[in-house]
Design a protein around this ligand. Structure first.
Ligand SMILES: Cc1cc2nc3c(=O)[nH]c(=O)nc-3n(C[C@H](O)[C@H](O)[C@H](O)COP(=O)(O)O)c2cc1C
Length: 363
C-alpha cells in the first residue's frame, strides 16, 4: 500500500511530489554581507525530494538581523546567490519557498554597528544572542517610533520582490518563534499605546500590513504562506499572550481572509514538546481556510494518523532533514535516520552541512 504522506499532492497551483516539507532551518553559514555560500545550493538540492523546501529564515533588511552569519534577501549579490540555490532545487524538480525574517528584539548591538535592535517595546529578552564573537547577553531593544513601522513594511515588500527575482516558488512570512511579527502580536512584548498596540486589532495591524504588502508583490496569497507558534516561549523566554486563543483566533481569521496559501503551525513549544496547556491548536487550525502544514516532533506514524483524521495536509520535518538529505527515501523504506551532532547545527562550512551521505552511500 502506498503511504499517502509520500504520494503526490496539490498545494494551490503547485504539484508537490509528497506531503513532506523541509522545515526552515537556520544554519549560519552565510558571509557578513548575508550572501549564502555556493555549497548552500548543494545542501538544498540534496533535499529536493521533499515535496516542498522552506529556506532557512532570511533577513529582509540589515535591521532585521539577529544572528551572525545568517543570509539576507535585500541586495543583488544575495539575489544572485539565491538564484543558484533555486536553480539547483528546480533542476531536481523540487519546490522551494523563502522564509522572510525580521528578528526584532532577538538580536544584539554587535549586529547593528553598536545601535540597539528594534522592537515594539523596550523589553529585554532573557538569554543570549549569537554574534560573531560568540554568545552575548541580550539587551533591552529600542521601541520603534510609529512612523518607522511603515518603512519596515516596505522592507518586507522589497524582500518579497527580491525573493521573486531569486526564483523562489513562493515565500513564507515568519510570524513565529517570537521574532518581530510575534513581538507585535503578543501583549507580553507589545506595550505600545499608538495604533500598533493595545487592543488585539491594533497589535495585529503591523503583521497584517506585512501580509498585505507581501501578497501584493506575489499577485495574491496563492504563493504566500505564514508560520505561527502561539505556544512557543523561546527564544527570549517570551511569555505567551495573556489571551492566546482570542488573539491568535482573530489573527488566523484575518490570515484566512487574506487568502494565504497555507498556515504552517508549530504545535506546542518549538523543538521541546507538543504539549501546550494554554493553546488548543486544533481549534485554531480549523479557523484557517487554506492548507495547513503541521510541525513539531512529527514522525511518519504521527503524520499518518493526523492525515487520516483530517487534521493537517502537509507535515514539516526540521531536525530529521539535518543529517538525512534523502529523508523521504528513508521514510519510504523505513531506513534508520542519522542524527546531526549539535556542533554542526549553526556555523561552520560544508562539513556537517552539505556532506551528509544519502542512504545508498551511507555504507
Ligand atoms: C538548527 C535549527 C534551526 C532552525 N531554524 C529555524 C528557522 O530559521 N526558522 C523557523 O521558523 N524555525 C526554525 N527552526 C525550527 C524548526 O523549523 C522546527 O520548527 C523545529 O525543529 C521542530 O520541528 P522538528 O521536531 O521536526 O525538528 C530551527 C530548528 C533547528 C533545530
Amino acid at each position: 500500500m502506498p503511504n499517502p504522506i509520500l504520494e503526490p499532492v496539490t498545494l494551490g497551483d503547485l504539484r508537490l511530489a509528497n506531503r513532506v516539507v523541509m522545515a526552515p532551518l537556520t544554519r549560519s553559514r552565510s558571509g557578513e554581507d548575508g550572501v549564502p555560500p555556493d555549497f548552500a545550493a548543494d545542501y538544498y538540492a540534496q533535499r529536493a525530494e521533499a515535496g516542498l523546501i522552506i529556506s532557512e529564515a532570511t533577513n529582509i533588511s540589515p535591521q532585521a538581523r539577529g544572528y551572525a552569519m545568517t543570509p539576507g534577501i535585500w541586495s543583488d549579490p544575495q539575489v544572485e546567490a539565491w538564484q543558484r540555490v533555486t536553480r539547483a532545487v528546480h533542476r531536481r524538480d523540487g519546490r522551494m519557498f523563502l522564509q522572510l525574517w525580521h528578528t526584532g528584539r532577538i538580536s544584539h548591538p554587535d549586529l547593528h554597528g553598536g545601535a540597539l535592535p528594534v522592537a515594539p517595546s523596550a523589553i529585554r529578552p532573557e538569554g543570549q544572542a549569537f554574534t560573531n564573537d560568540g554568545l552575548k547577553d541580550h539587551v533591552a531593544p529600542r521601541a520603534l517610533e510609529t512612523d518607522e513601522i511603515p518603512r519596515i513594511v516596505e522592507d518586507y515588500r522589497h524582500a518579497a520582490a527580491c525573493a521573486k527575482a531569486a526564483g523562489f516558488d513562493g515565500v513564507e512570512i515568519h510570524s513565529a518563534n517570537n521574532y518581530l511579527l510575534e513581538q507585535f502580536i503578543r501583549d507580553s512584548t507589545n506595550r505600545r499605546t499608538d495604533r500598533y498596540g493595545g487592543a488585539v486589532l491594533n497589535r495585529l495591524r503591523f503583521p497584517l500590513e506585512v501580509v498585505r504588502a507581501v501578497t501584493e508583490v506575489w499577485g495574491g496569497g496563492q504563493r504566500v504562506g505564514i508560520r505561527v507558534s502561539p505556544a512557543t516561549t523561546m527564544p527570549g523566554s517570551t511569555p505567551l499572550d495573556s489571551s492566546s486563543m482570542d488573539t491568535y483566533g482573530a489573527y488566523i481569521d484575518a490570515l484566512s481572509q487574506a487568502g494565504l496559501l497555507y498556515m504552517h503551525g508549530i504545535e506546542g513549544v518549538t523543538q521541546l514538546t507538543r504539549e501546550s496547556p494554554d493553546v488548543d491548536f486544533a481549534s485554531l487550525r480549523r479557523r484557517f481556510s487554506g492548507a495547513y502544514i503541521a510541525n513539531n516532533q512529527y514522525t511518519l506514524d504521527l503524520a499518518e494518523q493526523a492525515l487520516a483524521r483530517g487534521d493537517a495536509d502537509l507535515f514539516s520535518f526540521g531536525r530529521p532533514f539535518l543529517a538525512n538529505p534523502d529523508l523521504v527515501a528513508r521514510l519510504r523504506t523505513g531506513a534508520p535516520l542519522a542524527e546531526a551532532p549539535k556542533q554542526y547545527w549553526y556555523g561552520g562550512g560544508a562539513v556537517g552541512y552539505s556532506d551528509w551521505p544519502a542512504m545508498h552511500a551511507a555504507g
